[in-house]
Design a protein around this ligand. Structure first.
Ligand code: AMP
Ligand code: ZN
Ligand code: FE
Ligand code: FE
Length: 280
């Protein structure tokens, strides 16, 4: 029998992905995935549509979200899994992140305006097929392409709004500790997202001291050999080994859904927690 695949990292139109929750669930089923966690940036809105549809299609789903945090000056993404979707703390936390995004988007728009690249806040939403809940830099990049200021989303990040670029804004910072605390209050598991992308070893070292439950060992384009280091760390810390593609659809064309996945034993643990924490 073919190995079961559980992709625990993907985005929908609720944040910066290009598939609606319905399209994503149908696509996951079509390509033969056994289970999925949707990890939109700072929103759990996709689950409204995804839960009934996944039940109907027989695809195992667990709750998920990706939160942006900072450790000192470094951006660190955290994944939350298997939490209660009705938990007021996590719902409030998502709202606070929406506010952070709104202020940050306005600050970036202001900087761009001064540089004679005018885009409006409305464009970030109306350019989209479905209005996103979490609006972010990919939406700004898209607006810059539509206005003809750049020829691609990549160019917008490379020249203007990527980290270290002139019109980048970090926005309000959320700490790793606070984010882990909220995830735990919602009875979820807190996981370090794509550690492969953290360049500074002192940051990785610092992260190992926090109360994480897991680490995303298998990620996107990274091969088996590049994952060994993270697998060793997971073993040492007795953390869950997770994995996922970080699928965004056409927003990141070269990353396919199901191209990275979590081991079945991890999914079984998370699925059990998810069912315990949610009345479906
Ligand atoms: P934000 O959450 O608003 O800071 O936007 C972060 C998202 O932008 C990431 O999850 C990616 O989807 C996308 N992104 C970040 N850096 C780049 C880049 N250099 N090129 C293209 N997309 C990027
Ligand atoms: Zn994204
Ligand atoms: Fe991320
Ligand atoms: Fe992601």
């Amino acid at each position: 029998m073919k190995d079961k695949r559980y992709d625990l990292h993907c985005h929908t139109t609720c944040s910066d992905g290009s598939m609606t929750p319905q399209e994503l669930i149908e696509h996951a089923k079509e390509i033969g995935l056994s289970g999925l966690a949707i990890t939109d940036h700072d929103t759990i809105e996709a689950y409204r549509e995804a839960i009934p549809l996944s039940q109907q299609l027989g695809l195992e789903l667990i709750s998920g979200a990706e939160f942006s945090t900072h450790y000192k000056e470094t951006s660190v993404h955290l994944l939350a899994y298997a939490f209660s979707l009705n938990n007021p703390e996590i719902i409030r936390f998502c709202k606070r992140h929406q506010e952070r995004r709104r202020k940050r988007n306005l600050a970036i728009i202001e900087k761009l305006k001064k540089a004679k690249m005018s885009i409006s806040e409305e464009e970030l939403i109306i350019n989209e097929r479905v209005a996103p809940i979490s609006v972010g830099r990919p939406h700004i990049a898209e607006a810059l392409v539509k206005r003809g200021y750049v020829s691609s989303i990549q160019e917008a990040f490379n020249r203007y709004i990527g980290e270290g670029c002139p019109y980048f804004e970090p926005g309000e910072r959320f700490s790793v500790e606070e984010t882990i605390e909220v995830i735990h209050k919602a009875k979820g598991k807190a996981v370090i997202a794509h550690p492969h992308l953290i360049n500074e070893s002192r940051v990785v070292e610092a992260l190992t001291q926090f109360d994480f439950d897991g680490i995303e060992v298998y990620y996107a384009r990274f091969g088996e050999s590049q994952c060994q280091k993270w697998l060793q760390l997971a073993k040492k810390k007795n953390w869950l080994v997770t994995g996922g593609s970080d699928f965004h659809g056409i927003a990141k064309q070269n990353i396919l859904l199901g191209s990275s996945w979590a081991p079945e034993e991890t999914f079984d643990i998370l699925r059990e927690h998810f069912l315990k924490n949610n009345d479906l």
